[in-house]
Design a protein around this ligand. Structure first.
Ligand code: CTP
Length: 433
């Protein structure tokens, strides 16, 4: 995100008690350099790890530490929450994660997070055994389920004790990027909720499984929950895009966004239904959208015959004859000439590493798309976080494990780059001409 787009936004940067607190100073510096107003907030233990004078010096703003600060007339947490476009807790200890998950508000940091009017970002940092503990796993899952909270990291590596594992705080540059992505979608105090870097863009996102009926009570399906597609839709709308979300049968609520974009949801059941909805949204000439992101796990096959009545035990043969479904994304890839709309596919494999990238490259070429988001099934299906590799014709960018919201933001950032590098879309040309 450009510094111009960040300038004038406000971040409350909350430092809690971890050795990684020193990294918060660098995050503050990167934000300040981009023109962001940073209000430093510290817990008492945070202030033991890094000097408040250092932080206030970098931020040019006094450190807020005490809910009961006599120098402040009014409710400090409400005042800060009103000013901050994003509340970032960097680093976040296991203790603060637990208190956030419970909705506690017994110090300035937790009260501010609970009162935040925009997104809350947390960058956990702790010993790997603490991160791995079932209590922390439960708290993190709870936070990830709250759509307001975005987790960045932790990463795998050596921690302060010298032990190695997952628990290191994400690097300051990654935390900065994640805050910048949230600022792009967060409504500013004076923006009235308008704007967003994807405004005036129309995007189509597919999500969830498709179910292929055998008879009125039985179907063939897959394990997709739709979380990735819904996160993509939510982040695009939060950044101002007009989103058509084509959803297979899932139990998720349509994303509600505070920002200007909107999500129009079309529910479908089978691959053939999804195909109709997709072409309706795109239009035969593909002028209906600037990007198609196919996060749906479309069934590759369907039963050759669907019985109109329930098959009785005696009628069910040991084999169900299947026919191939059309490749929805491949059809659009073949129909497209030039770079409009940008096409993004997904590849979920049980393989990892080089093999995963090779499979993704094959899909990229076969379906004639611009970007394939490759995941290992075990690291993505049904989870709130994801570990993805973004594969293009000339690069494979491995992202750190992150919430699906954060991964979505990176995907939209790459789509934006593709819009810039590929030729302008016909809709825009005809509008201007
Ligand atoms: N896709 C599609 N139409 C289909 C099947 C898949 O548009 N009939 C899209 C998915 O939405 C996803 C990508 O294609 O974006 C997945 O590619 P695909 O080759 O179908 O993956 P797999 O089903 O995993 O294929 P394979 O079993 O060959 O790996």
């Amino acid at each position: 995100m450009s510094a111009v787009a960040l300038a004038g936004r406000t971040v409350a940067l909350c430092v809690t008690g971890s050795i990684a607190a020193y990294k918060a100073v660098e995050v503050a510096r990167l934000l300040v350099k981009s023109g962001v107003h940073v209000i430093p907030v510290m817990t008492a233990s945070g202030a033991r790890f890094v000097g408040p004078v250092t932080l206030s010096g970098v931020c040019g703003h006094a450190v807020a530490k005490d809910m009961w600060d006599p120098a402040f007339a009014g409710e400090l947490h409400v005042h800060l929450a009103q000013r901050a476009d994003v509340v970032a807790i960097v680093p976040a200890t296991a203790d603060v994660l637990a208190r956030l998950a419970q909705g506690r508000a017994d110090d300035l940091v937790t009260a501010l997070a609970l009162c935040a009017r925009g997104p809350v970002l947390v960058a956990p940092a702790m010993h790997p055994r603490m991160w791995d503990h079932p209590a922390t796993r439960r708290n993190v899952a709870e936070l990830a389920a709250q759509r307001r909270v975005t987790l960045v990291g932790p990463e795998s590596g050596e921690v302060a004790s010298g032990d190695v594992g997952v628990g290191r705080m994400a690097e300051p540059s990654a935390v900065f990027e994640a805050i910048a992505a949230l600022l792009a979608g967060a409504p500013g105090p004076s923006s009235g909720g308008g704007g967003g870097d994807l405004s005036e863009r129309r995007v189509v996102v597919t999500a969830g499984p498709t179910l292929e009926d055998v008879d009125p009570v039985r179907f063939l399906g897959n394990r997709s929950t739709g979380k990735m597609g819904f996160a993509l839709a939510e982040r695009a709308a939060a950044r101002g895009a007009d989103v058509t979300l084509i959803a297979g049968p899932v139990t998720l609520r349509t994303p509600e966004v505070r920002a200007p974009g909107r999500v129009r949801r079309v529910d479908v059941r089978s691959a053939l239904d999804m195909r109709d909805a997709m072409w309706n949204a795109l239009g035969r000439d593909l002028s209906g959208a600037d990007a198609l992101v196919m996060a749906a796990a479309v069934a590759d096959h369907r039963p050759a015959d669907v019985s109109p009545t329930k098959l009785k035990k005696g009628d069910v043969r040991a084999t169900i004859e299947l026919v191939k479904n059309p490749d929805l994304l491949g059809e659009v890839g073949n129909a497209r000439s030039g770079g409009h709309p940008v096409l993004v596919g997904f590849a979920v494999e049980t393989a990892g590493g080089e093999e995963l990238v090779a499979y993704a490259r094959r899909k990229l070429a076969q379906k004639r798309v611009d970007l394939v988001v490759a995941n290992e099934a075990s690291a993505s299906f049904g989870r709130d976080d994801n570990r993805a590799v973004l594969v293009t014709h000339d690069a494979a960018e491995a992202l750190p494990a992150a919430s699906k919201a954060v991964v979505s933001d990176v995907v939209w950032d790459r789509v934006k780059q593709l819009w810039q590098s590929l030729r302008p879309c016909p809709r825009r040309l005809s509008r201007g001409s």
